[in-house]
Design a protein around this ligand. Sequence first.
Ligand code: PBG
Length: 430
Amino acid sequence: MASTIVNAPCTVPSVKGFETQNYVGLRPISSLRFNPGRTSSSGRSRSIFVVRASERFDGHVKKAEMSIEECEAAVVAGNAPEAPPVPPKPAAPAGTPVIQSYQLTRRPRRNRKSPALRASFQETSISPANFVYPLFIHEGQEDTPIGAMPGCYRLGWRHGLVEEVAKAREVGVNSIVLFPKVPDALKSPTGDEAYNDNGLVPRAIRLLKDKFPDLVIYTDVALDPYSSDGHDGIVREDGVIMNDETVHQLCKQAVSQARAGADVVSPSDMMDGRVGAIRAALDSEGFHHVSIMSYTAKYASSFYGPFREALDSNPRFGDKKTYQMNPANYREALVEAHEDEAEGADILLVKPGLPYLDIIRLLRNQSPLPIAAYQVSGEYSMIKAGGVLKMIDEERVMMESLMCLRRAGADIILTYFALQAARCLCGEKK
Ligand code: PBG
């Protein structure tokens, strides 16, 4: 069997509700297509899904030559009808030692014997509904490839972005997160472009919501794409990142995104107290329905390199170690998680993903909130590079790494592989 990974809505037309069709199987059956929900002449959306009984049983029932009683009597009389014999024991290669089998009460391999058994006992599943697709956008009209992230582009917000979102929805990915490449001339030490209601992100949100009202839009809340210093916060003369002043800006940024139609604002800045402040700011403006996904445990990681190239957002000096966490720390993630929970976060995020599975599991065990994992740019690029160099099987490693993030306890995964992996789950080739 080609795959034991569970499929989710594939041929589901994206304009139709995602809640309605969610069938689970091993491979989508090509003959079972949902009607693409086109509007009929009556103006009502129609969806017809015809199920036919197997042809063999259509119409007449074959007349039996013997009655049940006669069949039973024949067996009782010792004349059982023939069935295929038990197949002979497969031969072992010459030279295999002949031994007495071990007396094992438990042979765990029994439950892994066949694809069907393995599928029955699979503990973790993955579906396109678990993915959030991060998309880079810019003011340009062309889509420009990102050198360090093969297959990823800075998308023109008017065209490329809309097309990419449509492709993702085709295979059941209905959640995206936006990252803007901001023109240098709009960057400043205080990052004020971040809350321009007519800035790149709010404009893109409004366009997407206009085209796809049920699309779930996550946004990034942090100053780095807008900061002339490339830091997530305001930098004081002596290099200190100013916490509360930055949070003040982030609140304005989050409200601006919510006003444009964002569903989930996601502070990725790691300032103290920002979740509570953003919650209060959103509520005071009437955005009670807008969620907060907090980057709870975001580590000062070298795996973000390709992302910073994509957005040209490398810090101009120093590093991010006074706000992002030390990769050596585990318990500290709990301190952050307790704060974010108390301040009203709706989702807790761990970042990066694969090197931090223990942190994902820690938060999963300690919190009832949904957990997100971010498979970051460096993780993506490593898999891509390994694939291009033919050192690993890109597709299998991709699917395995995503499954492992789910196994560790992630409900949702932010991944640049979202589209490719969803296509794979739907049985489509690239
Ligand atoms: C910035 C931000 C970063 C990423 C997401 N939001 C980079 C950073 O903290 O320097 C990284 C994502 C990735 O590497 O894929 N607030």
